[in-house]
Design a protein around this ligand. Structure first.
Ligand code: NDP
Ligand code: MG
Length: 383
């Protein structure tokens, strides 16, 4: 039986690479639904190529253009964010690939879990914002949440077949686009410069998050919720080559690592095919091309966002949701040329100082905390 996929955010970096895996494995997968925010042209091409049953464009102003482009095909076209929630619950869907960016990923993930769908999760913000609620729900409904994020896929692979306690998770970190830049130069960094990631080609938001290390902080939070490991037993190590994707240390002192070329097709295919692996004959790692694998500590003064994320994880409740909301607003402002690079972390700190706190949040409480933190970041940045 083919797995029937709903890919949320199919026009983005992860979405496009997920469709590469589907294209390579036509006997294993078929596409039920695809979604985008505004890129209706690519969405239309994807829907036609993969014979999707339906598509969603969340930006309602693009609905007519998309509907026109698909007029001669039997593909249903929907618009608005509410449609995301509806399509993931369809009986024609087995697996939801969540490749949306930001807070927008939370509600569709929760809806998909409630509908009993397997989740292949790229949208880490789902777990940063609402990891407690999401993982509790997934466990109640016996729904697997399989990580696509490369570090978490690596940890997941290292844990396969293990029954003994974990001593430590070691998350590797490329250091982002500004790794070798002195801290004094960070305030003057342009968006163009911060978008030049040394190893990975990704969407703009996560590339900026990698440069501030907000992304690594989010990955610590994500690892906590996925694997149930306490913050003190999750460490971060700079590894500029991005070959060791992450590691697990066990109680006997053994450390398992997962290595490979930095290529998201691997973790995406693992999430889709687990417990099997894809056949990708062209993917052959050459150690002679990578004679040096180096490791160093994170400069925590230069990158305060990492410790802020640890603090949010320890506080629990809505703290990480507040961090995420402020970050989304500040990253968008930075990309727009409306604030400095270093204002991103300052806006997060400001929002965390001023925001309310709910210890055991519902989905509505997360929505309220998100709205509040976005407003606080906008206030701080004078947007
Ligand atoms: P992109 O920005 O490349 O793509 C995001 C996708 O979601 C696009 O299809 C976009 O549509 C759609 N989208 C964006 N905002 C909204 C919204 N508010 N409502 C509905 N749809 C929306 O992101 P990435 O693929 O880089 O990242 C996706 C997720 O995966 C993020 O959470 C990121 O942190 C995570 N991730 C990404 C990695 C990577 O290599 N890219 C690696 C590890 C994790 P449109 O194209 O129309 O704008
Ligand atoms: Mg990652």
């Amino acid at each position: 039986m083919k797995q029937r996929l709903s890919i949320l955010g199919s026009t983005g970096s992860i979405g496009v690479q997920t469709l590469d895996i589907v294209r390579e494995n036509p006997d294993m997968f078929e596409i039920t639904s695809l979604t985008a925010r505004s890129n209706w042209q690519l969405l239309a091409r994807q829907a036609i190529e993969f014979d999707a049953a339906c598509v969603v464009i969340t930006d309602t102003t693009k609905y007519d253009a998309l509907k026109g482009a698909l007029a001669s095909y039997p593909i249903k076209v929907f618009t608005g964010e509410e449609s995301l929630r509806q399509i993931v619950c369809s009986q024609e869907v087995d697996v939801v690939v969540n490749a949306l960016v930001g807070y927008a990923g939370l509600v569709p993930t929760v809806a998909a879990i409630k509908a009993g769908k397997k989740i292949a999760l790229a949208n880490k913000e789902t777990l940063v914002v609402g990891g407690d609620l999401v993982m509790r729900l997934a466990s109640q409904r016996h729904v697997p949440v399989l990580p696509i994020d490369s570090e978490h896929s690596a940890i997941f692979q290292c844990l396969a077949g293990e029954h003994s306690p974990v001593r430590r998770l070691i998350i590797t970190c490329s250091g982002g686009a500004l790794r070798d830049m002195p801290a004094e130069e960070l305030p003057a960094v342009t968006p163009e410069r911060a978008l030049q990631h040394p190893q990975w080609r990704m969407g703009a938001k996560i590339t900026i998050d990698s440069a501030t290390l907000v992304n690594k902080g989010f990955e610590v939070i994500e690892a906590h919720w996925l694997f149930g490991v306490e913050p003190d037993r999750i460490s971060v190590l700079i590894h500029p080559q991005s070959i060791v994707h992450s590691m697990v240390e066990f109680d006997d002192g053994a450390i398992k690592a997962q290595l490979g070329t930095p290529d998201m097709h691997m973790p995406i295919s693992y999430a889709l095919m687990f417990p099997h692996r894809a056949s990708r004959p062209k993917e052959a790692f050459d150690f002679m091309q990578h004679p040096e694998l180096t490791f160093s500590a994170v400069d925590r003064k230069k990158y305060p966002a990492l410790d802020i994320a640890y603090d949010c994880l320890r506080r629990g409740g809505t703290a990480a949701c507040t961090m995420n909301g402020a970050n989304e607003v500040a990253v968008a402002a930075f990309l727009d040329g409306r604030c400095r690079f270093t204002d991103i972390t300052s806006a997060i700190e400001y929002a965390l100082q001023k925001a309310g706190f709910t210890a055991a949040p519902s989905l509505e409480d997360y929505a309220a905390a998100n709205t509040e933190s976005r407003a606080l970041a906008a206030e701080y940045l004078r947007l």
